[in-house]
Ligand binder design. Structure first.
Ligand SMILES: [Zn+2]
Length: 53
């Protein structure tokens, strides 16, 4: 599972099995967190990759 979390409000912005770059995901949301509306920089993102073993 691959997740991207807003560094401002900790909302999970993207979650899925497909690994995407933060830039790609940001483009889907026009560079803003869908919940808190914060402008997000790809470098501010918290990335979590949990690989199934
Ligand atoms: Zn947020």
């Amino acid at each position: 599972m691959f997740t991207i979390i807003c560094s401002n409000c900790k909302t999970k912005i993207y979650s899925g099995d497909e690994v995407r770059s933060p830039k790609q995901v940001l483009r889907l949301y026009k560079g803003k967190c869908k919940k808190c509306g914060a402008d997000l920089d790809p470098e501010d993102f918290t990335l979590e990759v949990n690989e199934l073993s």
